[in-house]
Design a protein around this ligand. Sequence first.
Ligand SMILES: [Zn+2]
Ligand SMILES: [Zn+2]
Length: 344
Amino acid sequence: MRAVTFQGPDEVRIEEKPDPPPVAAGEVLIRVEASGICGSDLHIYHGRVPVEPGFTIGHEYVGTVLDAGAGVDRVAVGDRVLGCFHTACATCAACLRGDYHRCEHQRTFGHGSHLGDLQGAQAELLIVPRANLTLRPVPPGMSDEAALFAGDVMGTGYHAVAHAGMKSGDRVAVLGLGPVGLCAVQAALAGGAVEVFAIDSVAARLEMASRFGATPIHLTEEEPKRAVRAATDGRGVDVVVDAVGDPAPLAMAVSLCRDAGTVSGIGAYAGKGEVPLGLAWLKGLQLRLGLANVIAHVDRVLALIEAGKLDPSPLVTHRMKLDEAAEAYELYDNREALKIVLTP
Ligand SMILES: [Zn+2]
Ligand SMILES: [Zn+2]
């Protein structure tokens, strides 16, 4: 089979690899019909997340079940399925609490041996362990491109809002309008937010957020703090989603949030940074951080996409072939694309 493999910093390659071994109990083999390139794939691409050379990357996928091992009863051979970006065991202490994203035996697709040694989805064939929990049938009529988002990017945008405890009638600000931020804009509006301020410095992204129903605010040409204050009687918003993932926007998030509001940091933070703790304390803020609990949300997210209340398909800006993976990564790295979907 052909697969996209990491070779070394700034180099991915399409390679011929042996087909996966026969399925074991609980596993499913799928023929991948569409896979996405994600922001976290760029961390691998640049060598910031260590992955062995030759390892197949990718963790967003839709495909058809070719074979199912013993005990798989929620999907069957021939089903069109979508998957979550990681697997969970369903029986550890974290899973029993419903915190699948903190599963003690979590394995993430396409992230090398240190994150579970699970070959990635940017390939013709994919083995999916713990398929009963990891996979869902794609609802009839839903496109591959829309379904692809449920197991990662839209699940993450949804989580950012749900984890913040956003209520219908709330006002929300979203910092950073990459795919996750744009999905958070949609999730907030679908959840009943009366106004969503969408903040970024890229005009095309602001325009897209505006089309989704948000109020766009340019990060540098306008003053986000002043604009948000002016629109909220000086109070700030109930919920701020930081979808950028470094400490500077987190400081802005604290400043945009109303007293006793919630800041939801969904961007992947790394290392140390300064957060205005005094201000956060004074305001009585809740700070909620971490990787999204996508497995817990996937059924709701799929239902919302099926009902047309969430629609990630405008985020797909490029459709390319698996064979063009090297060009696709370069393009994505140059920030010329929001979401690239690869097909065989
Ligand atoms: Zn991803
Ligand atoms: Zn577990």
